[in-house]
Every structure is written in structure tokens, then in C-alpha cells.
Design a protein around this ligand. Sequence first.
Ligand code: SAM
Length: 274
Amino acid sequence: MEPTSEIAEVTLAEPFGADEIATAARFGICTAPRDPELCQFVANGRDLALVMPVAEGAMRLALQGRGADGHQRLRSIRRDDPLVKSVGRNRERGGNRYVIDATAGLCRDAMTLAVLGHRVVALERVPALALAAHWSVEHAGLSPRLELRTGEAVPILAALAAGDRPDVVYLDPMFGDGTDNERTAGTAGEARRRHGKNAPNRRAQVKKDLQICRRLAGPPTDTAELFAAARRTATERIVVKRHPDLEPIAPGVAFAVAGERVRFDVYLTAGSEA
Ligand SMILES: C[S@@+](CC[C@H](N)C(=O)[O-])C[C@H]1O[C@@H](n2cnc3c(N)ncnc32)[C@H](O)[C@@H]1O
């Protein structure tokens, strides 16, 4: 499979139901005849998937129905998950925090936090990824605790009223230097220790998610601006997902939580406690 740096155009392959067509239109995604050479959303009965072009391996990401992430993965999430630990708990509100995930992608991380009770607003600027995430979140039954908004995160964060500022801003910019590749998914052994008998599937899923995000989103463009906006917005902390070999994106990390092939750098905002 030849890697490509172009951002793929994505359509809804006919036939689709009227409800799905209306939903896709809200995200700016239109319908087109099925074409295996294109990146398309496809439906077959209750199954709904995003399919990459044949020339790129025809990778299929199930969003609803057969093979979809969601219930099975979400049931296995534990409180000692490194992402969950890095976001922390607010004892005054039953442990839950209000988190803005400013780089939502496919909402895997946002769903991890929402399923444990956190209120999450997820921001994604690429319409096709936002639509894929919307269908995944719907399948997992996580709305309205997880609310997805389409758009550029920096102006959205800047426009928040004082009373709407989140406890935590979470950032998972793509590494953008070649490290956001399959290695980040970890080895089969590491995955098995963490996810038991579902490990090989889980590892393959992470690889697929990374490839699709990279293909549809392109490299990060405004990580420094995002971090600055997060600093102005978060009332308690900022959490940044990084490859373990890379330096933090900014100085001032209060502590880091090591995950499986990733690291979560935590920055505390003025007046907050670890
Ligand atoms: C590595 S992916 C995130 C994956 C995500 N954590 C998950 O669990 O699926 C990064 C995503 O952030 C989005 N993104 C990057 N910069 C953004 C910005 N300034 N505003 C909104 N979305 C942004 C990209 O389009 C891409 O989908």
C-alpha cells in the first residue's frame, strides 16, 4: 500500500436511508454512487462502516453493527486506564470532570472518558471524521454525556463563556513526525496484558484508527495555538497525549502517566491541585 499525503474526499455511498443522508448532510457529507476507488461510508442492513479505497487496502472501519467498536471495548475500560488516571477525578462531583477533547478524531478517547461518567465535549474539524465519530458515539449510546461539535478548536475554545470553561482540556494532536505509526499500537504481548483475550483485535483496531485519522486529517497544523488556547480555557488541567520518545509539546509538565506506547503529560492550571 502506497502512503499518500493527500486528504481523502469522503462521500456516502448509495443506497442509504433518508435519516442517515440527512445526518451526513449536517456534517457537509453528500451521497455518491458506490465506488471502491473512493473513501466512502457504506451501509448494509444494520452495518455501517467507513471503507478506504481498494488502492489503499480497502480497510473497513465498522462504526455500527457487525465488528463495531463500542460496547465490547467500552465494557473493558477500567479506572486505572492511563488516560483516565491523567484526567483525574473531582471528588466534589462524584469523581466526574467536565472535559473538552479538542482533537476528537474518531472519539475513542472521548468515549473512554464518557463511559466512566465524565461529561465530554469533543471537537473535530474534519467533517468525515466528525461524522464517523457521531455514528460511533450513537452506537455506543453515549450521547448526550458525550457531545460532538464540528469545527476548529482554537476559536471554539476562545469563544467559551466564563461559566462554560471545562475542568480539563485534552489534546491528542497527531505526532506529525512519523511516530504516529503502527508502533504506537503496541505489541501483541503488551495489549494482551491489558485487554486479555480481546487483545489482538484491540491492537488491530488501534492501528486502523491511527491510519484512518492520519489519512483523513493530515498532519497537525496548530498544536502550539491549541495548547495556548487550552491554557487559557482549562480551569484545572490540560492533558496531552504524546509518543514516549518525544519531548513534551510545552514546558511545565506537572506529572506524566505512562500508557501502553503513549504518554499522557499533565499540566496543572493556576490554582488547581494534582
Ligand atoms: C490523532 S487524532 C485524535 C484521535 C482521538 N484521540 C481518538 O481517540 O480517536 C487528531 C484529530 O484532531 C483533529 N484536530 C487537529 N487539530 C484540530 C483543531 N485545531 N481543531 C479541531 N480538530 C483538530 C484532527 O482532525 C484529527 O482528527
